[in-house]
Design a protein around this ligand. Structure first.
Ligand SMILES: C[S@@+](CC[C@H](N)C(=O)[O-])C[C@H]1O[C@@H](n2cnc3c(N)ncnc32)[C@H](O)[C@@H]1O
Length: 296
């Protein structure tokens, strides 16, 4: 029997941490991660007896996101042993909505472990960026409210390729979660090289459909910093109201991406010519950032 969902929601606005506070969180994060690599199993969790590699704080946020945004289908790239897919399917089952499609290059025959069987989990074997695999997954979510979690190969090039393919499938109001953006010194595993964090940053540079939802990082310690990307618009379909244009511009400014902020406002003006506030904000931004004669 599905459980009727309650109305409580976590805070939507979170105060940014001071540098001192962020320093404390980063130190804890580094310790937690180092302990995982040294065999203390801090990131190895079990759900109903099945293994997953997750920070429990992030799993809690996944549950909140699923309950609040009600996806019909959750696509996960990177199954491993299936514990994270089972976790999400259990939440879907409890609320009577949603199913999980999880993709991995490797099947359970190779992982040497029996993956969980659940009526709401579909396993797909192949690479997430393979065109045939992508097309079959796209068909599975055709016309459905869709959420995506990227947890396969964490190299920047792969994550960027996944973002380019899968981000357009996500429904407005839903999320694409870029996992393990903490590597490459954000703040852990500096030796990793460019990874999910850099892929998400580059993806956002050219996107007016997504913002980073920092409220999903409210527990402070997350393995997905800047990785909770919320789809707020579908600009290609003309779904970009004035409020959203302001929101995207604000997000861009927070990330120091002035060009994206200007373009978001320009698109806002183009699609909402009657809203004078947008034009005023755009003019102000351009004026503020154009060097005066003494600065030239
Ligand atoms: C970090 S693990 C996934 C962990 C799992 N989501 C969990 O939380 O327990 C990464 C997985 O991605 C798979 N993988 C690597 N490259 C892939 C690709 N291009 N497409 C699909 N899966 C891939 C690996 O085989 C591995 O099982």
């Amino acid at each position: 029997m599905p459980i009727e969902r309650g109305k409580f929601r976590g805070a939507k606005e979170v105060r940014p941490l001071t540098p001192e506070e962020q320093g404390v969180v980063d130190k804890f994060h580094e310790l937690y991660y180092r302990m995982w690599r040294e065999g203390r199993f801090t990131l190895d969790v079990s759900w109903l007896g099945y293994f997953a590699v997750k920070n429990p704080m992030d799993l809690w946020i996944y549950q909140e996101i699923i309950v609040e945004t009600e996806p019909d289908v959750i696509i996960e790239t990177g199954t491993l042993l299936g514990g994270s897919a089972l976790y999400m399917a259990t939440v879907c089952d409890a609320i009577g909505r949603g199913e999980v499609v999880t993709i991995d290059t490797v099947g359970s025959d190779v992982t040497g472990s029996v993956r969980p069987t659940h009526p709401l989990v579909t396993y797909v074997k192949g690479s997430s960026t393979d065109l045939a695999i992508f097309e079959s997954v796209r068909n599975m979510c055709e016309g459905k409210r869709t959420m995506v979690i990227l947890d396969s190969d964490h190299d920047k090039s792969n994550v960027l390729a996944e973002l380019e393919k899968y981000a357009p499938l996500v429904s407005v109001g839903c999320y694409i979660i870029v996992e393990d953006s903490n590597v490459n010194g954000h703040p852990v595993y500096r030796e990793h090289g460019e990874g999910p964090f850099e892929a998400a940053t580059e993806f956002l540079t050219g996107s007016y459909d997504y913002i980073v939802d920092e409220s999903r990082e409210r527990f402070m310690f997350t393995c997905n910093p800047n990785g909770y990307l919320k789809r707020v618009a579908n600009i290609d379909s003309g779904l970009f109201d004035a409020e959203t244009a302001m929101l995207v511009a604000e997000d861009a400014l927070k990330r120091g991406d002035l060009n994206r902020a200007v373009k978001a406002l320009e698109n806002g003006v183009r699609l909402n010519p009657d809203v004078t506030e947008l034009k005023t904000t755009l003019d102000l931004l351009i004026e503020k950032t154009t060097p005066g004669p003494q600065e030239e």
